[in-house]
Structure formats: C-alpha cells, structure tokens
Ligand binder design. Structure first.
Ligand code: UTP
Length: 298
C-alpha cells in the first residue's frame, strides 16, 4: 500500500527581489491577497489535501512569517468581548496545532533543490509534498488534493502541470510526454526553460509537487546545476523510468496565478476580490470605469 502524504515542505527562503523595495522588510509570502497572506492560501490547500506537518524552509528576514503562525490569545479575547464572532472564527481558523510547524534555515539561497534538501532530516522514508506559496491556485477541488488523488493511482513523483502559450515556455520547466492518459501524463524528460521552437510540449511545471524520498537522495549527491543553483527539476528527472516509480504530470483543474510576479499578483488580487460577495459589486463597477476611461483616452 502506498504511504499517505502527510508532510509538506514550503520553500520560502528566496529573496523576492521582484517585489523590492517591499521585500526589504516584508517577506513575499506575507503579502496579502484581499485580506489573507499568500502563505495562508497554501496552508489551506495543504490542509484540505490531508497534510499534517508543515515544514518551512526560511532565511534571514522571515521573522514576520513565523510571527504570523503564532496564536493571538489577546486579540481573540478582545474580539470575543466585543462580540465580533465572525472575525473571531476567521482568526481561529488560521490557528495551527502546536508542533505542526517546523522551521529550517537555508543559510544561502542556493536554489529550490537546495532549499528542499535542507528539510531532508524531517522527512523519513515517505512521500512528501512541496508547495511554492507564490503559486496561488483557485480551484473547486484544491490542487494538491487533486494531485494526492492522482498519486494514489500512479505512485512515483507527481508535478502539477499547466498549458502555457509557446512564447512562455522559456520561463518554465517543460514536460516531454511519454504517455498521455488524459489529465495524467507520464513523463519521459523535463527540459528547463526551452525556447518555443525547442520545447517538447506546452505543458509547464508549476509550484506543486509530490515527491518520493529518493528525490532527497538524488539531491544529496548533486552539485549545483544551471546558474550555480541546485535545481529541484534535475533531482526529479533522475526518477524518470525507474521501476515502481516514474514521474507523472497532472493537468490540474483550476486557475493558477503567479504571485511571484507583479502582474500575476495584481491579477490574483482582482480575481480573489471579485470572488468575495461583499467586494464584488464595488470592485466590478470600479474596474468597468477604469477600463472605459482607459479606452476613451486611447
Ligand atoms: P523564485 O525563483 O521566485 O525566487 O523562487 P525568489 O527569491 O522567491 O523571488 P525573486 O525572483 O527574487 O523575485 C521560487 C520559490 O523557491 C524559493 C522561493 O522562496 C520561492 O518560494 N527558494 C528559491 C528558496 O527557498 N531558496 C532558494 O535558494 C531559491
């Protein structure tokens, strides 16, 4: 029987330079979509998929992230006193069980693969998830849950995959597909950031993974790859074709926002704002006005 996926690694040690100067003092993962920090969306998605242990790989300057996960008894007491029950519930829903979160330091930003490797001692002989909180996914069934369900059928490693236009392949790891089974594809190789005419498909890997512990052994042996960084993709690629394993991609159902980029972050803000009943009308009216003004000015 396949072991259940109960641990997730959240690599959040990057410098977030695309959001400078904000990220001088605010970790990117604490930046807010409507009223929830990016990391809360990732935690909610992980919990829905059955994750019980949350491992954050952090770096200098990420104190606000650790503070965010503290319980806030005084604040709860104030809200209770004032009868603000809905807010109290919202606040309590973010409380994490004591001991469920671990923090590991990545002392130098040597890449995503290295960040995952830093958490190796907290993963025993079991599959684990990796989630990048920059990738926020709006979906009826949370993306990681879809992956866990698919993984229960396939085993091996699984990456979340989405179709991208040809001019975007050079920003992603792209899948070379051996067998297309509909939503799940079996992978024969992965190409890091290919130009449009060299891309084996338009299926791009985004920031959700279910990995076998052998990926950690591969990382153990690895020297830095492209750009001096230790690439997670290279360590996953070494699992391709292995018996009782292999690497699969899941075309998940949902909309992914790249909140590591300014444009993606703004689009997510609008989309999540419009999804909230109390904000929808005001926001939609404002957007119509702005678009009309913009058109008139052209
Ligand atoms: P990015 O490539 O988005 O880098 O990392 P970044 O530093 O966060 O942002 P920019 O490009 O400077 O604006 C993708 C994910 O991998 C993590 C990041 O925290 C982010 O979640 N990461 C990256 C690490 O944890 N360690 C690293 O050495 C590199």
């Amino acid at each position: 029987m396949k072991k259940k996926v109960t641990k997730a690694i959240f690599p959040v040690a990057g410098m977030g330079t695309r959001f400078l100067p904000a990220t001088k003092s605010v970790p990117k993962e604490i930046m807010t979509l409507v009223d929830r920090p990016l990391v809360q969306y990732a935690i909610d998605e992980a919990r829905a998929a059955g994750i019980k242990e949350f491992i954050f790989v952090t770096s200098r300057g990420k104190g606000a992230l650790e503070d965010y996960f503290d319980h806030a008894p005084q604040l709860e007491q104030e809200l209770r006193k004032k009868g603000k029950d809905a807010l109290l519930e919202t606040l309590k829903s973010t409380n994490m069980e004591s001991g469920a979160i671990a923090y590991i330091r990545q002392h130098r930003a040597l890449g995503l693969g290295h960040a995952v490797w830093c958490a190796r001692r907290l993963i025993a002989d079991e599959p684990f998830a990796v989630m990048l909180p920059d990738d926020v996914i709006a979906a009826d069934t949370p993306c990681l849950q879809q992956m866990v369900e698919a993984y229960e059928q396939t085993g091996g490693c699984m990456v979340a995959a989405m179709e991208v236009p040809p001019e975007k392949t050079s920003s992603y790891g792209i899948l070379d597909v051996e067998e297309d089974m509909g939503s799940v594809v079996k992978i024969k190789s992965m190409v890091e950031k290919p130009k449009a005419d060299e891309a084996p498909s338009n299926l791009a890997v985004i920031g959700r993974y279910i990995l076998t512990p052998s990926v950690l052994s591969n990382l153990n042996k690895m020297k830095s790859g492209a750009g001096g960084e230790i690439q997670l993709t290279d360590a996953i690629a070494q699992e391709i074709g292995k018996d009782n394993g292999g690497v699969y991609g899941l075309r998940f159902r949902g909309q992914r926002f790249d909140c590591g980029s300014k444009s993606g972050f703004l689009q997510a803000t609008v989309s999540f704002g419009l999804a909230r009943a109390e904000l929808r009308d005001d926001l939609a009216r404002y957007l119509h006005e702005v678009v009309a003004l913009d058109k008139a000015g052209q």
